[in-house]
Write a protein that binds this ligand. Structure first.
Ligand code: HEC
Ligand code: HEC
Ligand code: HEC
Ligand code: HEC
Length: 432
């Protein structure tokens, strides 16, 4: 990792550790991301902020466990037994990750011997391995999974185990209520079942529609696009798990996901911590180095940089006023101001998708080198346009951006599968 990025990430890691203390967590488990600065950084942070880490399989080179394997916590009238595990394929420096199946089996046995009401596994194994774990290790009631950034509202029930996925970047908080039936076993999840069935029939309709469109497609380009979206839809269809109807004496589970969206006010204590971290990133991150971003003037930039082969939206405007006005009112037209408002435009993990031509030939090379390329401009979709400005004919510019072009920024990780070309394209093609 290059030094400036390392320094920024380390400040953020420190913020995460401290904020976990503020959250007052009862238990948490480390994953590979917690170990990028090495084992000592995590162990020191856990000690400094008194974080209740559990892990059945994170070990030192001599195989002794780094954190306790289990934890027993009283919540309301229930006694919860908690363990955690991460994937053994994950490379972590200064530590060893033991095979999760025997490690979790031992931890579950230990918790069962303490007569807990529920055995919970916090998992950094990934959603597929979570299912394997539930099949291989009897006695797990609930798995709360992270790692592969999927999120889901209702659990997947595998045997007697309910599996949740938390999603990524704190976009949601999940709230789960357990209602245990006297002498019952397994989970009944009628809502999850209804939802999965609904999802299944929606996808089936979508697949039929795409298949028909594919048969009627006239050119290679749309055939190629439809084959791809059809592939995505089929993959999602095959991944749906329909929960069993449930035994009559099953326990009940009720889950809701609460979006941590703009509508929610910031928690003052957290806001303070975040602001302090942004401040500590230095003046570059707290003030806009490009000067007044509304006019594009930058008093601090002495030499004029050559942006060829990029022209910039202002030049396009002189001939395509209607498209410019349309673009300006789409989210792309204000994509940089949005980052500035969040004070994240100097953040090395953020800037590149909110500007034009980042890290491409002639384009911005870093957050301090953005200049007139702020926002997701015309050329993010139509390609570098200087040649077209000089010779304004059809041959010198791309008319229809490919889906691949959108996906450079609308990545799976960023959008959690929300990006659907058929829905997104009409909002940016200047047609209404
Ligand atoms: C000097 C005027 C001028 C400027 C500046 C200009 N264009 Fe054009 N553009 C044209 C003309 C004229 C056409 C139509 C050419 C034709 O129909 O033969 C065109 C066509 C296009 C097309 C459609 C191409 C097609 O195949 O139908 C796109 C897309 C486009 N311009 C984008 C841009 C972008 C992006 C910029 C800024 C980088 C830009 N233009 C700057 C004059 C201009
Ligand atoms: C891989 C490209 C990419 C990166 C990196 C990226 N963004 Fe975005 N961002 C997007 C896209 C695409 C959207 C459009 C909305 C969506 O699909 O989530 C978006 C939307 C947004 C929005 C407006 C919508 C909202 O959720 O409020 C903000 C603010 C934002 N990003 C901030 C950030 C911050 C802060 C970072 C760094 C932590 C970041 N972005 C990193 C691509 C990116
Ligand atoms: C998010 C992607 C995106 C951005 C950004 C974008 N366009 Fe387009 N543009 C499209 C799409 C999609 C079409 C429709 C292509 C087609 O008809 O196949 C289009 C069509 C055009 C055309 C062809 C004539 C028309 O209106 O249909 C012109 C000219 C054009 N864009 C200019 C611009 C200019 C100038 C900007 C910046 C001010 C811009 N575009 C920004 C996606 C974009
Ligand atoms: C250079 C990166 C980039 C490219 C390329 C790009 N986008 Fe975006 N897009 C963004 C960002 C960033 C946002 C969020 C802007 C904001 O809200 O601040 C966004 C937002 C959007 C939105 C609004 C989403 C919402 O939830 O309101 C639509 C629709 C969209 N993009 C469609 C497209 C399409 C279609 C393409 C390809 C033709 C495309 N984009 C190409 C970066 C990009």
């Amino acid at each position: 990792m290059p030094e400036p990025e390392r320094a920024q990430r380390q400040l953020k890691a420190e913020l995460l550790l401290e904020s976990q203390k503020v959250l007052g967590l009862d238990a948490l488990t480390p994953g590979d991301g917690d170990l990028v600065f090495g084992l000592d950084f995590l162990v020191d942070g856990a000690k400094k902020y008194e974080l209740p880490y559990v892990s059945a399989n994170l070990a030192r080179p001599d195989d002794t466990l780094v954190f306790p394997a289990t934890r027993v916590v009283e919540v309301g009238s229930m006694t919860l037994g908690i363990t955690g595990a991460m994937g053994s394929e994950l490379g972590v420096t200064g530590a060893r990750v033991l095979d999760p199946i025997p490690a979790v089996t031992a931890a579950v046995a230990e918790l069962r011997s303490k007569n807990v009401d529920l055995v919970i596994v916090l998992s950094h194994l990934g959603s597929r391995s979570d299912k394997d774990l539930a099949k291989a290790v009897p006695g797990i009631d609930v798995v709360f999974g992270g790692h592969d950034r999927k999120h889901m509202e209702s659990p997947t029930v595998v045997g007697q185990t309910a599996i949740f996925q938390a999603g990524s970047r704190g976009k949601y908080v999940g709230q789960v209520t357990f209602e245990l039936a006297e002498g019952g076993s397994g989970w009944s999840d009628p809502e999850g079942r209804a939802k999965a069935l609904r999802q299944q029939s929606n996808l089936k309709r979508q697949i039929e529609r795409y298949t028909q469109q594919l048969e009627e497609a006239k050119d290679d380009k749309s055939r190629e696009r439809l084959t791809r979206v059809l592939g995505f839809a089929e993959k999602r269809f095959n991944e749906i798990v329909i929960p069993d109807e449930g035994a009559t004496k099953a326990h009940k589970i009720d889950a809701t996901k609460i979006p941590m969206g703009k509508g929610l006010a910031d928690e003052p204590v957290m806001r303070k911590l975040v602001d302090a971290t942004l401040d500590s990133m230095g003046p570059e991150i707290t003030s806009d180095p490009h000067g007044d971003h509304s006019t594009g003037r930058n008093p601090d930039r002495p030499t004029k940089r050559d942006w060829a082969p990029w022209a910039g939206a202002k030049q396009c405007r002189s001939c395509h006023e209607a498209e410019y006005d349309d673009w300006k009112q789409t989210p792309h037209g204000g994509a940089y101001a949005g980052l500035v408002k969040e004070r994240r435009h100097m953040d090395l993990q953020c800037w590149s998708c909110h500007v034009t031509g980042a890290n491409q030939k002639g384009g911005p090379t870093g957050p301090k080198d953005v200049g007139p390329m702020r926002n997701v401009q015309c050329e993010s979709c139509h390609g570098p346009g200087l040649a077209h400005v000089k010779e304004p004919v059809k041959d010198t510019i791309i008319r229809s951006p490919s889906e691949a072009q959108c996906l450079t920024c609308h990545t799976e990780e960023q959008t959690e599968g929300q990006f659907v070309l058929d829905e997104y394209l009409p909002r940016v093609d200047h047609k209404d």
